[in-house]
Each structure stands twice: as C-alpha cells, then as structure tokens.
Design a protein around this ligand. Structure first.
Ligand code: AMP
Ligand code: ZN
Length: 492
C-alpha cells in the first residue's frame, strides 16, 4: 500500500500525511444533500470531489466504508433553528406528502450522480431512519451537562461546552467573536444564548414531520443527524469527514461540539472541504436561483449555455480544477474541457493499434508514473494528474506518427496506467454523448451550411423551404433560434 498520501486538513489548516486508524480500512463520512429539490451542478461538484477521493483511496488499496447521508428532516429554512422544514414546505406548496418530496429528490440525486459515473456510497442512511439514535445522543449530551430543555425544545449550551473544550476550532472562530457577531435573540426563540443551537425542536401544531421524544412531539436539529449516523457506522473517531466549504460553520463545528461533549475526543482525524462552483462569479445556490441543473446542461435546455454538454465533459471540467479551488463555470471553459476530454480519450483508444518496437524512445515511463502518483498523493491534485495524462497522449500521438517508439512491455504498462487513471481514478468513461472533435467539427460545419441555405431561402421569401428545414431539424431534436447574433442551433 502506498503510504505517501498527503491531505489538507481543514482542522489544522495544513497538509498532513494521511494515516488511517486501521491500516487497511478508511472510514469516510460525507454530508449528503437535503432532498427538497433537484441537486444543482454546484452540489454535484462537491459530491464528485469526494467520489474522486473515494476512488483514489480504493485505487491505493484501502477498503473504504463511505457513508453519505440523505437529509430528509430537520433542515430548516436559512439553516436556522427557527422556521419551516425545507421538505415540509415543499410538500405544503405542492400538496403532497413530505415523503413523496423525499422520494422524488432522492431518486433524482441518485440518477444524477450515476450519470456522472459517481460510485454509490457504501451506506446511504437517512435522518428520519435515525431518530432513535438522535434522541439517545441528546440524552447523553444532557447527562454531561451540555444541553438544556426549554418548553419542549432542547438546545446545545455552547458557552458551557466552551468552558471545557474550545468551540470554533474548525472554522477559526472563538467564542468572543461568536458572542460579538451573533444577533441578539429576537424574542421568538427560547434559547438561553444566541449561539446555542437546537438538538430537538418542539413541533408547532402545523409541523407535519414530528416524532415522540421525552421532551415533546418534535424533530431533531439538523446538525445532530450527521453525528448520529457517522458515530453509528464509523465509530466515535473516524478518518475522513467531508462536505462543501460552506458546511464548515455552523454545521461541522456543531458536529464536533456534539460529539466531543459526549466522547471527550475528536470525532474526525481529517476534515476535508470541497470548494464552491460559481456561475457568473457568484456561488451556485438553490436559494438565489443562480444555478444550473445537470439535466439542463446535458439537454442544452437552459438560458445560460448555447450548447449541451455531456456528463463526462462536465465531470472532466470539474477535475481540471483542484477540489479546494473555487471554479467558475463558463461556455468557453466547457468547450476547452470537451476538446481536452476528447483528445485524451482518442489517445487512449489509439493505444492498442500502436506499432511495437524493440525499445522505447523519447519518454521516461517510470518518471511519468511517479509524477502521476505524486500529483494525486499531493492532496488529490487532479489537474496536475490530467496535465501528466496529456503528456502521455503527446507521446502516444508521436508513436502513431512514427516519430517515437514503444516496446511491448512499456505499452502494456502505459496502457494499464492510462486506463487506471482515466477510467478508475478520474471515473471518466466513453459515452455515446461524447462525440469526437472530428465528428463535432463535421456536424457543426454541416449545420452551418443548412442554416445558410435556410437563410437564403428566407431572403428569397421561399418560406416553404425555410420552414421545412426548421421543422426537419426540430424532428431530429436540433433547435434553431433566430437571434440578434444570427441564427444559432442547439442539439438536444
Ligand atoms: P445541500 O443540499 O444544500 O445541503 O448541499 C449539498 C452539498 O453541496 C453540501 O456539501 C454543500 O456544501 C454543497 N454545495 C452547495 N452549493 C455548492 C456550490 N455552489 N459548489 C459546490 N458545492 C456546493
Ligand atoms: Zn452533515
């Protein structure tokens, strides 16, 4: 097993050598989606980042227990502990059962991640399936003196906890800043202090998603489910906990406090956070409407991009940036990714037909292999790995053009490594949606020609012909739109 992996731990704020608790096994918990709407592409970026990490750990030989939850209760609007449950609200607006909302968007999430070729987690537990465990945790936190009940709701006492263990270490906050920066209680809440957070909320009469508990008929606080499920399936201390950067505070900070208040030990050895996908320079988010759904990308039915992009091109685009960098999605970047993806795939496809020679020339295979591993071992640096794969494709093309040579032994090794990195680690695949550059260019050229003929027909007032062209293309799911920038086409 390769042990030179180094990961950036958000808790220490630096890169650390990775050492799992059990040398053969890794326990990894990733906060899953709140299933009250379709996942947008930003959400998918985070889940794809952890898919890459999961795949690479497995590639290194670890057996990974990957737990990713489904939040199907307790996540209130604005991440607050006052207000309506996101799922119940959607159910109310659509006059359906909350569990119908949960079912619909859980299925959507799974289908979407499958289209991106993300591996399913080993365990996918739900918050509603772990109410008993959450109630037990609350009892334990209360017994330790770090939670209090008021009017049927239970709150975590941050000030009391901080007297024993510093609160805020993951997000770099301290209690004084928090006290200073949190708004004073508005009279709506019955918490003792504004920075306290809900462990259990008494349900208002209109709140449909409710369970009996020693304190009231109510529901658990959002942060509690992840502590309950990670502890249950991975133990009180496990290796990796992940999620998007925006979950660091308060969600993950609260998880640490909950767990440490009971177990008096750090729940997680490595906290990994994936950075945000932005659109027009702003974070993609469900709440602001600044987002695009994967399906809208794949079909081209959206007002942001002129063309459709396949799941594999989007996945490749994501991995061309490091998971800890912010990435802005744009048509130009996606076009470049499409070209790059096709170039790599064409290179790999070419390998079996290369002419073999006695000896190899012009490429240091062992050095290249070390560079690929060094990239991934340096906190999963996928853009650097991809740059190395491009170097190999340059070599493959040079062999195909008779400029360099490769021995049969080297070809077997190069081909095994290229396949492992491209298909297994990066999780890319050749799909019917990925037309090659050459095919694309031919199709683009043909469509331009057809559009010119249609424009000519219109100029000559031959509307019969121009309509025939538009309708025939439409039957093939090719839309043409006459815009101020000229006639544009979109292949759906
Ligand atoms: P949610 O369903 O809102 O709890 O989000 C699910 C996951 O997506 C969380 O790990 C978030 O941190 C992550 N996420 C939300 N918005 C973005 C974004 N714009 N880019 C990357 N990840 C995001
Ligand atoms: Zn979580």
């Amino acid at each position: 097993m390769d042990t030179s992996l180094v990961v950036y731990n958000s808790l220490s704020g630096k890169k650390e050598p990775f050492k799992s608790i059990d040398p053969q096994h890794v326990g990894m918990y990733v906060c899953g989606p709140t299933v009250y709407s379709n996942v947008h592409l930003g959400n998918c970026r985070t889940f794809m980042s952890f898919d890459l990490i999961y795949r690479y750990l497995q590639h290194l030989g670890y057996k990974v227990r990957y737990v990713r939850n489904i939040t199907d209760a307790g996540h209130l609007e604005n991440d607050a502990d006052q207000g309506e449950d996101r799922i119940a609200k959607k159910a109310r607006l659509e006059s359906i059962e909350p569990m119908e909302v949960v079912q619909r968007y859980t299925v959507d999430f799974r289908n979407t991640m499958a289209q991106f070729n993300a591996l399913p987690p080993s365990i996918e537990p739900t918050a509603t399936g772990h109410i008993v465990e959450q109630i037990e945790l609350i009892k334990q936190i209360m017994e330790k003196g770090f939670a209090y009940e008021i009017n049927g709701s239970v709150y975590f006492d941050v000030i009391e906890f901080n007297k024993k263990t510093p609160y805020g270490k993951l997000s770099g906050r301290n209690i004084e800043d928090l006290i200073h920066n949190t708004r004073t209680l508005d009279g709506q809440s019955d918490k003792k202090n504004p920075q306290d957070f809900a462990l259990w909320k008494k349900a208002e009469p209109v709140h449909i998603m409710r369970w009996p508990s020693p304190w009231s008929d109510g529901f658990p606080g959002w942060h509690l489910e992840c502590t309950a499920m990670s502890t249950k399936y991975l133990g009180k201390t496990f290796d990796i906990h992940g999620g998007g950067m925006d979950l660091k505070f308060p969600h993950h900070e609260c998880e640490i406090a909950q767990s440490e208040s009971i177990h008096e030990t750090s729940p997680v050895n490595y906290w990994l956070h994936a950075n945000m996908l932005t659109l027009n320079g702003k974070k993609m988010a469900k709440s602001t409407g600044n987002n695009i759904l994967p399906e809208e990308m794949f079909t081209g039915k959206n007002s942001i991009f002129k063309k459709a992009f396949s799941p594999m091109v989007v996945r490749f685009f994501m991995f061309q940036a490091h998971y800890r960098s912010i990435v802005d999605i744009s048509e130009t970047a996606l076009e470049a990714s499409k070209k790059g993806f096709n170039r790599l795939l064409e290179g790999i496809t070419k390998m079996p037909s290369l002419t073999l020679s006695e000896n190899s020339t012009g490429f240091d295979l062992q050095q290249w292999k070390s560079k690929c591993y060094a990239a991934m071992n340096d906190d999963f640096n996928s853009p650097l790995l991809i740059a190395n794969l491009f170097d190999a494709v340059k070599y493959i093309n040079a062999i195909a053009n008779g400029l360099q040579k490769i021995s049969s032994e080297d070809l077997i090794e190069l081909s095994t490594l290229m396949n492992a990195f491209f298909f297994d680690v990066l999780g890319l695949m050749a799909s019917k949606n990925n037309t090659s550059n050459e095919t694309d260019e031919k199709l683009d050229g043909t469509l331009q020609l057809i559009i010119e003929l249609r424009n000519k027909a219109r100029l000559n007032k031959d509307f019969e012909t121009s309509d025939l062209i538009r309708d025939s293309l439409s039957k093939l799911n090719i839309q043409i739109n006459d815009t101020s920038e000229g006639t544009l086409f979109k292949i759906n």
